[in-house]
Design a binder for this molecule. Structure first.
Ligand code: HMG
Length: 394
């Protein structure tokens, strides 16, 4: 039996209730705003309300997909995150009542820094190769949080990307060849007792550049395309300038031109969403893909390089090729971004420093988010979610 074409059938993005602009942050940090706008390529960051977490972001992203496609043959939910709400229970199980998922759907959480959504896609490909009738829901959801008043604070953000993975996908086929590079490096990590990441910023940049170069070498060794044959390059974007650094590095390593126009042609369309949302860890690469598809006229049949990096570290390079008619499947993300409410600096800091109860306390959260999905309370260690909408139905 021939291997079916498998890939992304639908893609949906969600982000937070609040947004903090980098001009405000620059003012309070006492740095020129150009450092943020041009130095790291960031204009604003999404900030979660107190009643938002990765479960509510994941639900908000996935609900439109289930409304459009139903849950028939949806036999696996893979939720990729490094901002999980529990050390044991998969966060995806909280989505069951919120989204009306079938009991015949296996639920699993994956972790490897920003990389794990890419691993989830690879697992989905394997499951669907075994049974092409099955569909897999992959959700990447993260809240990037660093210590206040550190250089990394400007690279925070939060978002979720939900993807329905099927045979004969309407949006983009995923290529069978991938290039991988894994190595043990302490560039960024978050011990269990911390709510913010520990990061060696400069090391993280060189570790990212090295890993991408090695992953591309592995991809080529396994029969992948030369760089010149890609129509665009979606990189993991902890800040959008990182995509430019990485692409310049990759091109230079292969004696290809690295003029600004070459870089812009390959990258500019991929950066619109991450530039105003900030780092969304696992979701960032898929926000780059959504941005590219929403901001380019026609990429039908043209291979796009997808370059995933997660600190610690694992990098993987694979190919996504937009399917004929994919433009009719696009749903612009601009509204979701524009609907966010600007937050003042004092409120942002208060939210950042407020933590959830660590003992068997009782916390009731007033409604703050405009999303239909929210965290209403934490009581006796239970997270109580609520929705104002009905679970999506087929
Ligand atoms: P920093 O030390 O504040 O910044 O931290 P800098 O001094 O290096 O400046 C940044 C850039 O702004 C430089 O440009 C400056 O020249 C420029 P570059 O030399 O890099 O091209 N600049 C200006 N430009 C215009 N006008 C000005 C001006 N001033 C300076 N006036 C750093 C920056 C990224 C290190 C920090 O924000 C950080 O630690 N961020 C977190 C770590 C991170 O994002 N690492 C990225 C790679 S690792 C990764 O992607 C994985 C990750 O997503 C986690 C995961 O996998 O889960 C993080």
């Amino acid at each position: 039996m021939p291997t079916p074409v498998i890939g992304i059938h639908d893609l949906s993005i969600a982000t937070t209730h609040y947004v903090l602009d980098h001009a405000t942050l620059a003012h309070h940090h006492g740095v020129p705003v150009d450092k943020y706008h041009y130095g790291i390529g960031q204009e604003a960051m999404s900030v979660p309300a107190a009643d938002e977490d990765i479960v509510t972001l994941a639900a908000t992203a996935a609900a439109p997909i289930l409304q459009r496609h139903g849950t028939d043959n949806l036999r696996t939910l893979l939720l990729a995150t490094e901002s999980s709400v529990d050390q044991s229970k998969a966060s995806g199980l909280y989505l069951h009542p919120l989204l009306g998922l079938p009991n015949t759907c296996r639920v699993l959480e994956l972790k490897q820094a920003c990389y794990s959504a890419t691993a989830a896609l690879q697992l989905a490909l394997g499951l669907i190769t075994r049974d092409p009738a099955e569909r897999v829901l992959v959700i990447a959801a993260d809240i990037a949080r660093y210590d206040l008043d550190t250089p990394a604070e400007a690279t925070q953000g939060a978002a979720a990307a939900a993807m329905l993975i099927t045979a004969d996908p309407a949006l983009a086929a995923l290529g069978p060849i991938t290039g991988i590079h894994s190595t043990d490096v302490n560039d960024f990590w978050r011990p269990n007792y911390r709510t913010t990441a520990v990061v060696d910023g400069k090391l993280s940049i060189t570790a990212y550049l090295d890993a991408v170069t090695h992953a591309y070498t592995d991809y080529r060794n396994r029969g992948g395309l030369p760089l010149e044959e890609f129509a665009a390059f979606c990189y993991h974007q902890p800040f959008t300038k990182m995509a430019y650094k990485a692409h310049r590095h990759l091109l230079a390593a292969h004696d290809l031109p690295t003029e600004t126009t070459d870089l812009d042609r390959a990258l500019a369309a991929t950066t619109h969403y991450n530039r105003v949302i900030g780092n969304s860890y696992t979701a960032s690469l898929y926000l780059a893909l959504a941005s590219l598809l929403d901001h380019t006229d026609d990429l039908t049949g043209q291979p796009i390089a997808m370059i995933s990096y997660g600190s610690g570290s694992v990098a993987e390079l694979f190919t996504a090729t937009p399917a004929p008619g994919y433009q009719t499947q696009l749903r612009t993300t601009t509204d979701i971004i524009n609907q966010r409410k600007p937050i003042d600096y004092h409120h942002y800091r208060t939210l950042h420093t407020t933590s959830e109860p660590t003992r068997d306390g009782h916390l009731v959260l007033p409604r703050e988010t405009a999303s239909p999905y929210r965290l209403a309370a934490i009581t006796n260690h239970n997270r109580i979610y609520e929705t104002t909408g009905h679970p999506p139905t087929a």
